[in-house]
Design a protein around this ligand. Structure first.
Ligand SMILES: Cc1ncc(COP(=O)(O)O)c(C=O)c1O
Length: 475
């Protein structure tokens, strides 16, 4: 086609002339087409169809899987410690939860669309749960369901005005940082979590980021935290809300791990301390039931009536949801029955006891290792380790399998130092972790899950990890 063949050329300033006076007429080109992007050749496409901001989409947690799959083909037994899926790691769903789900699957109505914002009965139930805590008071109209919290996250950032920025934690859970960066078509804006202060937010850093960036319109908190395993005390949560109030911002609190805390901690929810500040709490069943495959999460909106701008923004989220019709019906339908069952509390307690035991064991095995800082996890089911000794491109682990060794040597030539360690560890031991540089962090380190269900294997993983770190740093 003439138009297609015209566009196969490298864009020169001459080519750009026809941006304003193209041979086929003017109206079809929009100002959205950014000819400055690094896509110099339009080999087949008529126009640049890649969104500005597309470079900001990363999900290291799954990206390392491609490499691990290659190693599996070469005979490596991979221990998948990269993804926060308890079911994939062998956790069994209690029979009583399964029977509630089976019963729901016998009910024709669970095969139907649900209302746009979610089933009314479930939203009523969840509003009551929040109201019982004694802080914020909400109704079902403040709750919107999504197809997993990941879906909610991309909508919440995606529907903000492009210039309105939300500052989030670093290390970041990348679904937040990438979605926010994608909406703004630029790098994510972050405040530091401090590994030497239990991974709590560095409030001075946060305050500065807010104060000196007038575009900052909101603050994101993840508590309990992924990837660090930190659980924030009430004072920290309060101070963040105070900063939001002082600068007229809204707060997003990702509380998908709200009931996964241990070692004497207790998670403070945004609704407990929000006062009259505008906020969004994000919740879901992926980690807690656990049922990640249900793709079911929701947001609770706090104080929308206190600010007309915030209210209008929330309306845009609901309007957008209407275009999509609704979220998964069946998982929503079982939430009241599961959550109100007397066995649910014990189920949570049992799980938390297990995570506590694993967190203590993992910490004990890593804290003795020289050259790293390993903070004990107190919530969620991850631990993040930071390298304090300098990493370089000479450090190695011995890899017996020749094919794997050669593959590793090929792929580490131009990667972040902690990714280099992750690849060597994967090749040498089969342990698959996620480098911290993949979590929007300047620190070198890694995140590892505490999900291995086999006690012996869990011990082997952390012992091997400790030994490998030492070998790598001393090599
Ligand atoms: C902090 C955090 N938020 C959201 C999600 C996404 O949850 P969902 O499975 O509901 O999409 C995850 C999943 O790992 C998470 O760790």
């Amino acid at each position: 086609m003439l138009i297609g063949s015209t566009m196969v050329k490298t864009l020169s300033s001459h080519d750009r002339d026809w941006e304003f006076d193209p041979p086929w007429g003017h109206s079809f080109l929009t100002s959205e087409i950014d000819w400055q992007r690094p896509y110099e050749r339009y080999e087949t496409m008529r126009n640049n169809i890649v969104a500005t901001g597309a470079e900001e989409i990363h999900y290291e947690i799954r990206e390392i899987v491609a490499v691990a799959k290659e190693f599996e083909k070469m005979g490596v037994k991979v221990s998948w410690e990269n993804i926060g899926d308890p079911v994939n790691k062998g956790e069994k769903i209690p029979a009583w939860i399964k029977s509630i789900v089976k019963e729901a699957a016998d009910d024709e109505s669970t095969y139907a669309y649900s209302p746009t914002m979610g089933l009314e009965k479930t939203r009523d139930f969840l509003a009551e749960q929040t109201n019982k805590r004694g802080g914020i008071k909400i109704t079902k109209d403040d709750i919107i369901f999504f197809n997993g919290l990941g879906d909610a996250i991309s909508k919440v950032y995606g529907l903000l005005k492009r210039e309105a920025r939300v500052v989030g934690p670093s290390p970041a859970y990348t679904t937040h940082s990438s979605s926010e960066a994608m909406h703004a078509s630029t790098k994510p804006l972050t405040y530091n979590l401090d590994p030497h202060n239990h991974w709590y937010p560095d409030l001075d850093d946060l305050r500065k980021k807010v104060e000196y960036n007038p575009v900052v319109s909101g603050i994101t908190i993840i508590n309990p935290n992924n990837p660090t395993g930190a659980v924030y005390p009430k004072e920290i949560m309060r101070e963040i809300v105070d900063i939001a109030k002082e600068f007229d911002l809204f707060v997003i609190s990702d509380e998908i791990y709200a009931n996964i805390y241990y070692n004497g901690t207790k998670s403070v929810l945004l609704g407990d301390i929000i006062g009259d500040v505008c906020g969004i709490s994000m919740k879901g069943i992926s980690k807690e039931v656990p049922w990640p495959g249900a793709r079911c999460g929701w947001i609770e909106v706090y104080n929308a009536d206190k600010d007309s701008m915030f209210k209008r923004y929330i309306k845009s989220i609901i309007d957008d949801k209407m275009l999509e019709v609704c979220s998964t019906t069946l998982p929503q339908s079982v939430i009241p029955n599961i959550y109100s069952d007397k066995r649910y509390r014990d189920h949570q307690k049992e799980r938390n006891k297990l995570f506590e035991k694993r967190a203590i064991l993992a910490h004990a095995m890593l804290e003795e290792v020289n050259g790293i800082h390993a903070e004990r996890a107190n919530g969620a089911f991850y631990m993040t380790v930071v390298f304090e000794k300098q990493l370089n491109n000479k450090q190695k682990l011995k890899i017996e399998n020749k094919n794997v060794r050669e593959y590793v040597e090929r792929i580490v030539s131009n990667v972040a130092p902690d990714k280099r360690f992750a690849y060597y560890l994967l090749g040498a031991t089969g342990i698959c972790i996620v480098p911290l540089s993949g979590f929007e962090s300047d620190l070198n380190g890694f995140r590892i899950t505490l999900l291995e269900t086999d006690e012996k294997r869990f011990e082997w993983i952390f012992k091997t990890l400790a030994k490998s770190i030492q070998e790598y740093l001393n090599s």
